[in-house]
Design a protein around this ligand. Structure first.
Ligand SMILES: [Mg+2]
Length: 374
């Protein structure tokens, strides 16, 4: 049998020398995160037991990057709007022949989807993850950052009954930094309980828009005695005059969270706040967060990186740029009981990032999670 016969019988198969075109491929999966404790804060639109997020997988040339959308109704998004946004942009993303035109792609998505910031943040994280994996470098290295500069994170204690607050505070008494949610009728009692259970901890307070100006001033004057370091979002975001009035009188620094969603909100924070809380799901991802950090610095505003209730993908993505900020609050995956991913380690507030390429996050199945957590 000669060579032609081998080909005819299929013993030898030719592969035509046609270069396969490389393209990005996007898929997503909804995830349902269970809160370790019912998450209660002053804004009931955010509180709950179940948090419905979306994990995206962006594949290129056999390598997959992942990202997460952690939508919140107060910012006009939920799991359904995220999935609808991803469906809308999939054809455009899948036309991309390289993940290295990420800036152009994200600019296009900003034009195509005016809002949908959590959905866009997921794509942005996945692009960084993909680029890091292609270069075999962690994202913080790609950005020229040093993990030694990551500040200690707070751990959050939500609004709850006296008994539950005592139990939670007791469990985390040796954590160096605690963030206490207030904005309910028992605020001072809550702070007293946490202070007595965790006498060594440094305390920060988040009112989630729960106070009015004169009430806020009275509360803040009392909180000075408990060694509280700063107050996050004392007033509703729309009360801009109230924010200015309070800023001129407050004995403690004030931080904008609901008042500062994106880059364009920063000028309004000057003369109303001392710091801003940047969240990837709120601003549209890592590249938008980097712009916000630069802008805040130019206006002498301190910066915190915060999170929603999210898997290790979202908090780990934020941790990669944490060396650039003053404070972090990246306990989102710690507040859940079924995180489907392995990512950064949260050791009593100390964040440890691995030196794995990209974000350094691996998915595990929910079945595995149920086994581990039960
Ligand atoms: Mg907040």
């Amino acid at each position: 049998m000669d060579f032609d016969d081998l080909v005819k019988t299929g013993t030898v198969k030719f592969s035509l020398n046609v270069k396969k075109e490389k393209k990005l491929k996007l898929r997503y999966e909804p995830v349902e995160l269970k809160a370790r404790y019912t998450f209660n804060i002053a804004n009931q639109d955010v509180a709950g037991d179940i948090f419905r997020n979306v994990v995206v997988h962006l594949e290129y040339d056999g390598i997959t990057g992942c990202g997460e959308a952690a939508p919140f109704e107060i910012y006009g998004e939920n799991q359904r709007t995220v999935m609808a946004a991803l469906d809308t942009i999939t054809p455009c993303i899948e036309k991309m022949k390289t993940p290295w035109e990420a800036e152009s792609l994200m600019e296009y998505l900003d034009r195509k989807l005016e809002r949908n910031f959590a959905a866009k943040a997921a794509i942005d994280m996945a692009l960084f993850d993909l680029q890091g994996k292609i270069c075999d470098l962690p994202v913080y290295r790609l950005l020229g950052l040093s993990v030694e500069k990551i500040p200690m994170s707070t751990y959050t204690i939500g609004i709850d009954s006296e008994e539950v607050i005592r139990e939670k505070a007791n469990q985390v008494a040796d954590y160096p930094l605690l963030k206490i949610k207030v904005g309910g009728p028992e605020d001072i009692k809550t702070i007293k309980i946490v202070r007595s259970e965790a006498p060594q901890a440094r305390l920060r307070v988040d009112a989630n828009c729960g106070w009015q100006p004169r009430q806020a001033l009275k509360m803040i004057e009392q909180l000075v005695e408990f060694g509280v370091e700063f107050i996050e979002q004392p007033l509703p975001a729309e009360n801009k005059e109230g924010a200015r009035w309070l800023y001129e009188r407050s004995p403690l620094p004030l931080m904008a969270d609901e008042s500062c969603e994106r880059l364009e909100d920063i000028p309004e924070c000057i003369g109303r706040f001392d710091a801003i809380n940047i969240k990837l799901a709120k601003c549209g991802g890592i590249r938008h967060a980097l712009k916000m950090i630069g802008c805040a610095r130019a206006h002498q505003l301190n910066v915190m990186l915060g999170c929603m209730v999210e898997t290790s993908i979202g908090v780990t993505a934020a941790a990669h740029i944490a060396p650039l900020v003053d404070y972090i609050d990246l306990d989102g995956s710690e507040l859940t009981s079924n995180d489907p991913c392995h990512g950064m380690t949260f050791d009593k507030g100390k964040i440890i990032l691995s030196d794995k390429p990209g974000l350094g996050v691996e998915m595990r199945s929910f079945q595995e999670v149920e086994c581990v957590e039960s």
